[in-house]
Design a protein around this ligand. Structure first.
Ligand SMILES: [Fe+2]
Ligand SMILES: [Fe+2]
Length: 190
């Protein structure tokens, strides 16, 4: 179902597993940003008719955010500073102006972020099964929801203008493939 053209770097999983507290703090911010992003999409005229669906996604992301915060509290990890992701800013830099174009590009970027989260949560769930079953099942429980957000955002982009959305998806899948292989030492999800 995921359309990605390049694999996540092999070094990503050991890097984040070596610093689970930093990973969890970054994950908390990621869910917060996902909620904000769903709400921000409501500003586009092309998406006024989808406002309730976007609210539902924002609520779900806020619930995910709270779940990560609960996990941080249980583990005595303080909620800290967000870390900027070069991959996310690399994608978002190419969002064009104009209501329709901007809405399509923003939806595709948000969709790809959800898709990569879905993929990476799956990797984490598998890798943590033996060493940290609580965290493994937590990540496994989020996979379906993030996968649905990925599909919903791509379908929303296609519903605005199918041809344009396909063209931009092709562009963003190439951009993702180019950015995802850039090595980074940051212990973050993206
Ligand atoms: Fe989420
Ligand atoms: Fe999501």
């Amino acid at each position: 179902m995921l359309l990605f053209r390049e694999k996540v770097l092999a070094g990503w999983l050991p890097k984040v597993l070596a610093n689970v507290p930093a990973l969890l703090v970054d994950h908390a911010h990621l869910e917060r940003k996902a909620a904000t992003s769903a709400l921000n999409l409501e500003k586009y005229r092309s998406l006024y008719s989808r406002v309730e669906e976007l609210n539902a996604i924002a609520i779900e992301e806020l619930q995910h955010f709270q779940l990560v915060l609960d996990l941080l509290k249980r583990r005595g990890i303080p909620f800290g500073q967000p870390c900027a992701s070069p991959w996310i800013s690399g994608l978002m830099k190419s969002v064009r102006g104009g209501d329709r174009f901007k809405a399509i590009d923003h939806l595709i970027c948000a969709g790809l972020i959800e898709g990569r989260s879905c993929e990476k949560f799956q990797f984490l769930a598998e890798a943590l099964q033996k060493t940290d079953p609580e965290l493994a099942s937590f990540y496994a429980s989020l996979v379906e929801s993030e996968g649905n957000h990925y599909a919903t955002y791509l379908l929303m982009a296609k519903a605005i203008d199918e041809e344009e959305a396909d063209r931009r998806l092709d562009f963003y899948l190439d951009l993702d493939a180019e950015l995802i292989v850039k090595p980074s030492v940051l212990p973050i999800l993206h």
